[in-house]
Design a binder for this molecule. Structure first.
Ligand SMILES: Cc1cc2nc3c(=O)[nH]c(=O)nc-3n(C[C@H](O)[C@H](O)[C@H](O)COP(=O)(O)O)c2cc1C
Length: 231
């Protein structure tokens, strides 16, 4: 009897020892030292069990391509020709369009009836107000700005001055003027318009302009290619 109770005690001792060891191992799994955790990486996407899910992109040590340049195409158009040009430039470059609209619209009647008032604006270097002007924080997101307009009285309409003088430009912003008129082959109009844009866009890198009929898509194509926007 004594021997049986001795064996019983031994058996209980063994069971207790096994339990204690298991308990210790279970506790360890919560306390793995940091050095033994899988290496942390911000680029690793969480694993997925969905077999149809797209594979995570392979981590690469290649340098990232520089951010694509952001293009704004701002334009003023009274009868739609500059607007067509702007739409074509958007199509070719993928830029964002913004129409400069006067707070007080110009009449829609023949400009022989009201054109004199636009000449007075030019002579007095007036800055007509813009309806819903773009916030400076929005314009600051663009490093390329196309600015389009019709020739008015041998130069740019004064509202182009309002737009350009609304922002603090730096030479990191390239400005590309594009314009057209009843005549599209007048060096004086070109020089006047470019001088006006340069004066109003102080600080920006104003590039040579595009002066061609709105329907002259080959001239627009050549200009965009020469400035590296298209091939
Ligand atoms: C007030 C006014 C003045 C203009 N002055 C000239 C000018 O000096 N030279 C010219 O070639 N065209 C002149 N034009 C014609 C416009 O430039 C031409 O019709 C242009 O295609 C209009 O562009 P839009 O449709 O974008 O407004 C003038 C038009 C207006 C309304």
């Amino acid at each position: 009897m004594k021997r049986i109770s001795k064996l019983k005690s031994l058996f209980l001792l063994c069971v207790t020892a096994v339990c204690v060891l298991n308990a210790c191992n279970a506790g360890d799994s919560d306390h793995t030292p940091p050095s033994q955790l899988p290496e942390a990486s911000g680029n690793v996407l969480p694993a997925t069990s969905d077999p149809d899910a797209p594979e995570a992109p392979a981590a690469s040590s290649e340098p990232q391509a520089p951010e694509q340049e952001k293009i704004l195409i701002a334009y003023f158009s009274w009868s739609g020709n500059t607007e067509r040009m702007a739409a074509y430039i958007k199509e070719q470059t993928g830029g964002d369009l913004y129409e400069i609209i006067p707070l007080t619209p110009y009449p829609t009647t023949s400009y022989t009836l009201w054109g004199e008032s636009a000449r007075e604006e030019r002579d007095n270097n007036v800055r007509p107000e813009i309806r819903d002007p773009l916030p400076a924080s929005t314009v600051a997101q663009y490093d390329t700005v196309f600015i389009g307009f019709p020739i008015w009285w041998h130069t740019a309409p004064m509202i182009i001055g309002t737009f350009l003088e609304s922002y603090a430009w730096t030479d990191e912003v390239n400005i590309y003027p594009f314009f057209q008129g009843a005549s599209n082959n007048n060096s004086e109009y070109y020089t006047n318009s470019m001088n006006f844009v340069r004066t109003c866009a102080q600080g920006a890198a104003v590039q040579e302009g595009l002066y061609a009929a709105a329907s002259n898509t080959s001239a627009i194509d050549a200009y965009l290619a020469a400035n590296g926007f298209t091939e």
